[in-house]
Design a binder for this molecule. Structure first.
Ligand code: SAH
Length: 223
């Protein structure tokens, strides 16, 4: 059902994702209804497809955003701390902020400064987005996400929006116990989503979920 959930409005898109079981939980639906994709995707915001946002980056397809929220949902409780690596347009960062509420904190890490600025501009298009930035509920940082963001650790949930060349140790180390990492990992010609759980006793369990196509996590381009 992926790719078949187009809408002509934000609510139309989110309701189609729900009908097609790409969104399963009401909490995810409510959080996605609160963020208008038109503030983040310059063209065709209500199509279930990725869109170019400049600097060789894309805003991921809505069904992938939904999938990331669904898989991380048990860790996105009110007050949770979240790291969104490769935050790009800022859309998913804003959805995570709705899921963890005003007592939570979401940090978006992006290595291209114009995209950091773009994500802030996008969020400022709504009163709620402005409030989230001004209160510090959401913060965007320019950094190499392959190292996570140690200053804000530990995190209940870490999302990676670009394909990693390996299982970066720092990301698992910055999880709370319990905590969960959602990361696409390149494996030969394939990329697969992995969910990495750090359990209450500190042990780590890795589960491979399904094949995907993301832009790679790379070195930052020269300024
Ligand atoms: N979740 C974003 C996805 C954007 S595409 C969205 O849906 O809008 C992936 C992003 O990862 C790009 O913006 C790219 O610039 C960023 N990226 C790639 N390598 C990175 C790195 N090493 N550190 C931080 N961000 C990186």
């Amino acid at each position: 059902m992926a790719w078949r959930s187009h809408g002509t409005t934000n609510a139309g898109l989110v309701n189609a994702l729900f009908r097609n079981n790409l969104i399963e939980h009401e909490r995810v639906k409510e959080a996605m209804l609160k963020v208008d994709r038109a503030h983040y995707a310059p063209t065709s915001p209500y199509e279930d497809s990725p869109q170019l946002i400049g600097h060789a980056a894309t805003i991921s397809a809505p069904h992938m955003h939904a999938s990331a929220c669904e898989k991380l949902l048990p860790y996105l409780h009110p007050g949770a701390r979240v790291l969104d690596i490769g935050s790009g347009s800022g859309y998913l960062t804003a959805v995570f902020a709705n899921l963890v509420g005003p007592t939570g904190r979401v940090i978006g890490v992006e290595h291209i400064q114009p995209l950091v600025s773009l994500s802030e501009e996008n969020m400022r298009k709504s009163d709620e987005g402005r409030r989230m930035l001004e209160s510090g509920q959401v913060q965007f940082i320019k950094a190499d996400g392959r190292k996570g963001w140690a200053d804000g650790a530990p995190y209940d949930a870490i999302h990676v929006g670009a394909a990693a060349a390996e299982h970066h140790r720092e990301l698992t180390e910055q999880l709370k116990a319990p905590g969960r990492l959602f990361v696409p990992v390149a494996e030969g010609w394939m990329q697969n989503i992995w969910v990495v759980d750090r359990k209450e006793d500190g042990s780590v369990e890795r589960t491979k979920l399904f094949g995907v196509q993301y832009v790679p996590l790379t070195d930052a381009p020269a300024d």
